[in-house]
Design a protein around this ligand. Structure first.
Ligand SMILES: [Zn+2]
Length: 168
């Protein structure tokens, strides 16, 4: 279905009716993240119980379908296809911020380690770093990148602690 000529409202209705989803948006050259933000979070739901930190360049969020408790992303606000497109100074800031969030997640969730990966590979993307905690009851290694996903459950105390620490 070519949805590129439809109005935002028409697209929104199709999403709500579950007739189209992520794939159709991406195939039509529409950024799902921006569309979601500009259309009352019709795709991903209200992010206010997931946002950890935000500044001019980046936002840090807990993932809606995490692979482990505390699974978060650090995302650029601007579009970058992937990390190869990133300006050096922004890349530096992204990694310093990611490091801070890794340490924070490790402490707050009492994880044994936090893994980092990025695999942006779409036409219109917000470059994002995945931070996936590994706990002491889990084996080390790359299988942690593909642990089964589950539904995010809000833990208010932990979210508050993450937010406070990332502000300082
Ligand atoms: Zn976008």
């Amino acid at each position: 279905m070519d949805i590129s000529k439809l109005s935002n409202e028409e697209i929104r209705q199709l999403i709500e009716a579950k007739e189209i989803g992520l794939k159709e948006l991406v195939d039509s050259g529409i950024c799902p993240t921006c569309f979601d933000k500009e259309n009352n979070h019709v795709l991903y739901g209200d992010p206010k119980d997931k946002i950890i930190y935000e500044d001019d360049l980046f936002e840090c969020l807990l993932v809606g379908n995490p692979r482990s408790k505390g699974h978060a992303i650090v995302s650029t606000k601007k579009h970058y296809k992937d990390m190869m497109e990133l300006e050096d100074d922004i890349c530096e800031k992204l990694f310093v911020l990611s490091k801070k969030l890794m340490n924070t997640i490790k402490d707050v969730y009492k994880a044994e380690s936090v893994y980092l990966c990025t695999m942006c590979d779409g036409p219109s993307n917000h470059l994002h770093i995945q931070l996936i905690p590994r706990y002491d009851f889990e084996k080390r290694g790359s299988k942690n990148f593909v642990k089964p996903r589950f539904e995010y459950v809000l833990d208010k105390e932990k979210l508050e602690e993450l937010r406070n620490r990332m502000q300082n």
